[in-house]
Design a protein around this ligand. Structure first.
Ligand code: SF4
Ligand code: SF4
Length: 395
């Protein structure tokens, strides 16, 4: 989305219909009756009236969450237009659901809104707080696997390094100068447990910034079992270890993942073991070339992608996590349009931070989109997950 001249894009949208009535009078349905929907319901049920849930899964129709019924979309369509709002509580299907609602004549930010945008706007307008739903920082360029289509481009690093603790601390401190609360703060890699100072990193985040973080997350590929002191620190600072399971492509991982799960259970560490992943989206870098798109087409392409993966690197907040990895690997030029510079905090620019975090850039997209397939169909390319390679990405 492009910035709107001198007007604050954020104010323009959120002082519009979705946010301007008394929140407590607003009658809302939550679209998504899965774990995301339930979490959202718990967070906002005291802010607005939740009338019910909508879900596309016919098996859920007729059941309840708390006192709220789950309906299908046909139920909502029969209601008086404008009398009820929809909050979309699933980032995975948000674009698909938004497109469906728009095709039925409902207007974005008036009749419906993505939950994360709503919660960010709510915090800003009613609490004067800067809330962001997600940010990651990659602590290492090293990995124990070598996935051909790695979204962080690990096989393309010629001399992968662990990022120094001092550099990581600078990034984290710069970020929290701007942000009052973040939903998830993710430590990623490569494989984060390869970093020799991962214990110090966890302790630093927990001690210095834990109060501003709803969930500290470490994403691992399950090839390593962290030492006891790391596990104890994870427990102390409520870190959730998320295990990506690539055993479909790499069968030997099953044993190491089972082993890791046993150890995390033993130490009572919070963890989330994902189901085995068999497919990925191939973002297509560096072969993809979208330079033939018009400016209007690339803005729409960026909006449809709806990437949720903000990434910290070099005291900058990048909109999309693949880009800083391409820059670090020397495969892509940095561009001032594509990041928010976190140095030199200025309270008058907090709204600019929020706008960037919500996807408002000078160009209306990020320059990396010209080299990317996007996460959204129809351009997204589905491929087998985690196919191993030793080749480097060549330009
Ligand atoms: S496990 Fe694969 S996808 Fe994950 S960081 Fe390592 S190389 Fe990339
Ligand atoms: S199209 Fe690619 S580069 Fe652009 S936001 Fe989506 S994933 Fe990121």
């Amino acid at each position: 989305m492009a910035l709107l001249g001198n007007t604050s894009a954020f104010d323009t949208i959120f002082k519009s219909e979705f946010m301007n009535d008394e929140l407590t009078n607003k009658k809302c349905y939550i679209w998504g009756a899965g774990s995301d929907g339930i979490r959202v319901y718990k967070e906002i049920k005291n802010l607005i009236q939740i009338i019910g849930f909508i879900d596309s899964d016919p098996h859920k129709k007729g059941s309840k969450i708390d006192e709220c019924n789950i309906y299908d979309f046909d139920h909502f369509k029969k209601l008086e237009k404008g009398a009820y709002k929809i909050l979309i509580a699933t980032s995975r299907f948000e674009v698909e659901i938004a497109n469906k609602l728009q095709s039925e004549g409902y207007e974005r930010d008036i009749d419906f809104c993505g939950y994360k945008k709503f919660y960010t706007a709510y915090n800003w307008l009613f609490q004067q707080k800067v809330y962001s739903s997600f940010v990651a920082t990659s602590v290492t360029q090293k990995c124990t696997l070598s996935c051909e289509k790695c979204g962080h481009l690990m096989p393309s690093f010629k001399s992968p390094r662990n990022r120094p603790l001092s550099e990581i601390k600078l990034d984290i401190d710069a970020y929290f100068n701007w942000v009052d609360q973040v939903g998830t703060f993710c430590l990623a890699g490569g494989e984060p447990f390869l970093h020799p100072e991962i214990l110090e990193i966890v302790e630093y985040i927990g001690q210095s910034w834990g109060k501003k973080i709803s969930m500290i997350q470490i994403v691992t590929n399950g090839t390593m079992v962290p030492s006891e002191d790391i596990l104890l620190a994870c427990k102390q600072y409520n870190v959730t270890i998320t295990v990506s399971d690539y055993s479909v492509s790499v069968p030997r991982l099953k044993k190491s993942i089972d082993n890791l799960v046993n150890v995390m259970e033993k130490y009572d560490v919070s963890f989330l073991k994902k189901n085995p992943t068999s497919t990925w989206v191939d973002l297509g870098f560096p072969k993809t070339d979208n330079s033939n798109m018009t400016e209007h087409q690339i803005i729409d392409f960026f909006d449809q992608c709806n990437s949720q993966c903000r990434e910290l690197y070099n005291q900058k907040l990048y909109f999309c996590s693949i880009q800083p990895h391409a820059i670090q690997a020397g495969l892509f030029k940095d561009d001032v349009n594509d990041y928010f510079d976190l140095q030199d905090y200025d309270s008058s620019k907090r709204i600019k931070f929020l706008e960037f975090d919500q996807g408002y850039t000078e160009l209306g997209y990020i320059t990396f989109c010209k080299k990317c397939n996007s996460f959204a169909s129809p351009s997204a390319k589905i491929i087998p997950a985690a196919k191993q390679t030793r080749d480097r990405i060549k330009l």
